[in-house]
Ligand binder design. Structure first.
Ligand code: NI
Length: 261
């Protein structure tokens, strides 16, 4: 199994990273992809990919951090991309949820630049989208002629079925996290994650944790880690009425195909 999106590059793992990695391996999580949210955290993700054989890095500027970029950020990002175990650009996108106060024009500019950098360098993109479905689809449609096949994945899918359908039509994979084990609707959403899991074909699903956040039940409230991606896969199997092995085999293949790992 692959954890295609986590942040072991964050300080929360400074003291016990070796144990976290060991537990993941013991549970059958063979590959871990750490994702940058700023240049600083992208660099740490790259360092980890050089230190641990089973780790890869996705580098990029998160919409929350898009207001803090300096004049050289595009050049710095392109330098990071050249590192051997960088396999994608993320997490990039738009976040219009209440807690993000970065102006939408700034978010869009940084998102668009990173799409250009990604496809120019033949890298898939990993998208963060929160309450911004229309603008995300507008921007992606504008870049359709630059798309790789497949173009990338949506991280931590949320939204309605219409949005999901359009994402699938564009050729993207869809990532699900531990929050699919939570009861009820997430704040600001009108469609349950269970419905989204049901609708998404297994051959388009990728498993991820977003650790340290989105810890699945029954560990919700504590720090998340890649070994818990197994719980998300078990939940997908239950929702779809299929076996864990089917979910494990297909989602692993999906992640390995998309990121060429
Ligand atoms: Ni994340």
């Amino acid at each position: 199994m692959v954890d295609a999106h986590c942040h072991l590059n964050y300080p929360k793992y400074e003291n016990d990273l070796d144990e976290v990695v060991k537990r993941a391996k013991e549970k059958g999580v063979g590959k871990i992809i750490n994702v940058g949210t700023s240049l600083e955290y992208s660099k740490i993700a790259v360092e980890l990919s050089e230190k641990y054989e089973n780790m890869y890095a996705i580098v990029g500027i998160h919409p929350h951090d898009s207001g803090n970029v300096n004049g050289n950020w595009e050049k710095d990002l392109e330098t990071l991309i050249k590192t051997p175990k960088v396999i994608g650009i993320g997490e990039i996108g738009l976040d219009y949820f209440a807690h993000n106060d970065v102006d939408s024009k700034i978010q869009k500019g940084v998102f668009e630049k990173q799409i250009e950098i990604a496809f120019k360098n033949k890298m898939p993109i990993q998208i963060h989208s929160r309450k911004a479905a229309d603008d995300i689809l507008d921007i992606l449609s504008n870049y359709k002629s630059y798309f790789l096949n497949p173009p990338g994945m949506f991280h931590c899918m949320a939204g309605n079925l219409e949005y999901l359908k359009k994402i699938l039509d564009l050729g993207f994979y869809v990532g699900f996290d531990g929050n699919i084990t939570y009861k009820g609707l997430a704040p600001g959403e009108d469609t349950s994650l269970e419905e989204l899991v049901k609708y998404t074909p297994l051959d388009r699903i990728i498993t991820e944790t977003d650790a340290p956040w989105l810890t699945p039940e029954p560990y919700r409230g504590s720090r998340n880690e890649p070994s818990y991606v197994i719980i998300t896969a078990e939940s997908i199997a239950k929702i779809k009425g299929i076996t864990f092995d089917e979910v494990n085999n297909t989602t692993t293949k999906n992640a390995e195909t998309l990121f060429n790992i």
